[in-house]
Structure formats: structure tokens, C-alpha cells
Write a protein that binds this ligand. Sequence first.
Ligand code: BDR
Ligand code: CA
Length: 317
Amino acid sequence: MAEKRRVILDMDPGVDDALAIIYAVKSGRLDIAGITAVAGNVEVQKTSTNALKVLELLDAPGWPVAVGSDKPLKRALVPETWVHGENGLGDVQLPEPRRTFVPQHAVDFIIETVRKNPGELTLVPTGPLTNVARAFLKDPQLPKLIKEIILMGGAASTHGNSTAVAEFNIWADPDAAKVVFRSGADITMVGLDVTMRAYITPEDVQELRRIRDNRVTAFVEVLTRQMFGLTAKIFGKSMVALHDPLAVGMAIDSSYCTVERMPVEVETESQLTLGQTVCDRRPWRDLDTTPRPYAKVCVAVDRERFVEDFLATLAHQ
Ligand code: BDR
Ligand code: CA
């Protein structure tokens, strides 16, 4: 059997972050070193507590959860409560966690864990990149010591979701995203180009409930309810895009998406295009030899195979 990839999930749970935790834990195909929480969808006190709550729902053994940055590097936090509810979990109430956080700050947890596993650790950020950027600024050697970063964020050839051109995780802290994309780390960008195509419907959730009636699938049913309602209003179609689970999916099996290597820069100045991931998709882009930060950008997804694995994993006993 292939060796499990060792990962840190850096996230802002978040409805789809919660789905990503469930998928990561239940898959059994990742070696999870810990979860580091960041402010994003809601405040960091809530995102970190949500991570603990979801782990307890899963009866997951004591994976460390570290509380991280409470605001973006240079800007104010603009939570997405209209998408994720006031508490970040679609306003579903889970029992208060019995466990508590590790005493370290998430930034130090990332630095220490990477340094203990040089060349081995993959970061899977599915929130604003504040914790990761702060770790890189504090320890400039870190990008070279990381195996890979597989992040949910950005948009290459499609529109944004926070603004016309910017995706939420990048838009929420563009300065941090700029640091990360320019860090020299090996980055896979799992952006809206693919995550909007990897979605589940209310019928998928009903089928999941039919196959496996337990507290995890019952939670998934109520967790997704608000978002199905919201997307029905906005898009005229009830769907939950599996943004963050697809980043986890790429950590499990990188063949779910087709990637293209291209320069990616983050806009941090313009009011109009703040947070845009400017991806050079020109076929002749490599003729431009000025040094530019490259990333592997996901341009296509095998939706059927990924969603099937996601649902089958959630249906495990
Ligand atoms: C990203 O933003 C948040 O709303 C989601 O959790 C996901 O990480 C999608 O743009
Ligand atoms: Ca997220």
C-alpha cells in the first residue's frame, strides 16, 4: 500500500471545511499531523472550535488543533456569515468540545511540524493564507522544507465569488496569498475553475442518508441545508460546491484534477481587482523569461470519480 501523505490541514471551518475534515479523517488515506485554524469564513475562535467539534463528532483520536491568526496580515476580517451562518457551520449546533487546543499558536505549530519532518509535510490550506504566510515570514527557510502546498483558492479562467474576479480565500487576505505564491514552494492551486464543478446535490445527501444512517451523515444533512437553500436562490440550482474537500482529494489522489504549470501572481493594490489570481494562461507564456512565481493550476476535474469517492468515504461505517 502506498505510504500515507503527511499533512497539516490549515482551515477556517466553514461548511465545506467541515466536509473536508470528515473526508480527510474518514478516508484513512492521509496521515494528519494536525489542524491549524485561521480567521476567514468566521472569527478564529469559532473556526478553531468548529474543528474540534467536528473531530469529536467523528470520534477522531486526539489530533492536535492549534488556534491561529485572528485577522488578515494587513486588513480587517470580513467574515462570510451569509454563506456559512453566524457560527460557521450553517448554524447547526454541535456539542461543546471536551478537548482543548494545543498551547502553541498555529504559526509555530506549522513551523515546528515542518522542521520535524523536513521535505515530508504537505500543507493543505483551505482558508485565507494568513497562517502559512506568517510561518514563512517568521522562518524564511520553511518553503524549501515543505514537500508541497495544495491549496483551495483563486480562479484562473473563471469569475470570482467574492468579487467579479476574486475568490474568497485569496481576496480575504491577498497580502498573505502574495507571500505564499512568491515563496518558491511547490504549489497546487485548486481554484474555482474546478471546485465549482465538483458539487453535491440534495439528492446526493438523501442517498447518503439512505445508505448510512448515523450521526455523521445526519450532521452532513443539516450542515448542507442552509447552503442548498442559498444556492437555489442565487444560482437557481441547489448545490454545495466541494471546494475544500477537493483540495483534500488532491492530497489523497492527485489524478482527480488535470494541472497546468503557469505563472500566478496575486493582485494586492487595485481596488477593482483586489485578490485576483492573475494566471498567465497564454500558450506561449514560457517565452517570457522574467522570473515569475509558477504554480500548478487545476484546470479540469474528473467530477464523477471524485464525488463518488467523497460520498463513498462519507458513507463508510
Ligand atoms: C472558499 O471560501 C470559503 O467560503 C470556503 O470555505 C472555501 O474555502 C471558496 O471560495
Ligand atoms: Ca474554507
